[in-house]
Design a protein around this ligand. Sequence first.
Ligand SMILES: Cc1ncc(COP(=O)(O)O)c(C=O)c1O
Length: 434
Amino acid sequence: MRNNIIHPGADELVYEIREIVNVANKIEKTGVPIIWENIGDPVAKGEKVPDWIRDIVADTVKNDNLSFAYSPTKGLLATREYIAYERNLEGGAQITAEDILFFNGLGDAIATVYNYLNKNARVMGPNPAYSTHSSAEAAHAGSAHITYRLDPKNSWYPDLKDMREKIISHPEISAILIVNPDNPTGMVYSKEMIKQVVDLAREFDLFLISDEIYSNLFYGGVEHKKLASVIGDVPGIAMRGISKEFPWPGSRCGWVEFYNTSKDPKFARYAKTIIDAKMLEVCATTLPQKVLPKVMGDPRYYPYLAQRNAKYQEKSQIAYDIFSKIPGITVNKAYGAFYMTVLFNEGVLKQGQSLKPMNKQAGDIIAPLLDTDMQDKKFVYHMLASRGICVVPLSTGFNSDLNGFRMTLLEPDMKKFKVIMNDIAAAVKEYIKS
Ligand SMILES: Cc1ncc(COP(=O)(O)O)c(C=O)c1O
C-alpha cells in the first residue's frame, strides 16, 4: 500500500468470546462433542422464548405493515415514550423520549459511543472487562484501555481507591464505565456503591456510562439499582437492550438513555454527535422496537423474568458450592446476569501443567496455541481438548491481568448443568495438581 491504511487501534480489536469458537470447531471435527460455555446467548443455549412473546412478534409482523418500514433515527416515538415513562416512574433522573436513542444492539451503541468521543478523552472501565467495551474504547484512542480493579476478595466490587488514583494519574480520563449487573463476574452493585462512583464523577467533572443490559436479571436477595436512581445532576449514559431479557439477541436491539445533557454543554454536544452519527445510518431495526412495549408491558413479563432469575440463582448456588471447595481458586456467587468467574489464585498456575487431550488430533490442534504467556488461556485450551468444554479466559477474553475463566449459568437442564460444573471443577483440580 502506498499509505499506511491501518487504524492505530487495529490491534485492540479482540473478541476472544467468539475467537475461541474457531478452535473449538476444529476440535469438534475430531469427534470431541463441545459444550459451549463461552457465549452469553440464552437462546443458543436452549432457553425457550415463551409462546406469548413469539405470538406478539408474529402478530406484529402479520398485522403491522409499518414493522417493515424504517423507523425515525432515534427510534419509534411510541416505544421511546414508553421507555421514558417507565424510567420516570422509578424516580431518579427524569427523561423524555428525546433522551433515548435506539441502536442495532448494544454492540452497535458501544462502538458508536466510543468512536465519536474525542480521541484524547478516555473512558476508564472495569478489570475484568466485557471486551466489547474495552476493545472499542482502546481502539478509539489507539492505546490500551485504562482500567480500575474489580476486587475478587470483595465480591468483585469496584476498588474505589484504585478508581480515584487512576483518575488522578490519568487526566485524560473523562468518564467512568460500570457494567451492572456485571459481565463476566455476575456481580450486582449496591446503590451505595454506585453512588460513590457517581460522587467520584461529580468531584472530577467526569461523565458516567452504565451498561445495564442485564438490569432485570438479578437474584439471590439483591435488588438492582439503575444509574438513574443515584446520578443526580451528573451527566451520564445508560445502555439497555432486549438481547438478554426477552431473550432476543438476534433482534439486534438496544438503546441508550442520556441523562443531564442540559447540565453540561460539552456533554450535550457529544450526545448530539452520537445522534447525528446514527442519522447517517438512518435508523435501528424497527420490528423489535414495535414489539418492545407490548412485551415489556405485558402482565406476564415480570413473572416470566422472576422464573428465569430463580433458575439462575439456583445454578449460581450449585456452581458456588462446587467451586468454593477447590483450594487455589476464588469464586463469588453470581447475583445478576448469567455468568460466573473462576479465578486462579496467584502462583497456582505454573509452567508444564496439562490435561490429557481426548484424542491425538485434539492435542495437535491446541499444541501450537499453548505457546502463550497467558496461563489461563493454556488452561482453557487444555480443558477444551480434554473435555470439550469451551469457556473464556479472563486474560485475553476480558482484558484482565488476572488468571481465570468465565462460564455461564445458562444450561437449562439442571442435571446437565451439574454434570458440566462438576466436569469443569474436576478439570481445574486435575490441572492444578498436574
Ligand atoms: C455487558 C454487555 N453489554 C452489551 C452486550 C451486547 O449486547 P447486544 O446483543 O445488545 O449487542 C453484551 C453481550 O453479551 C454484554 O454482556
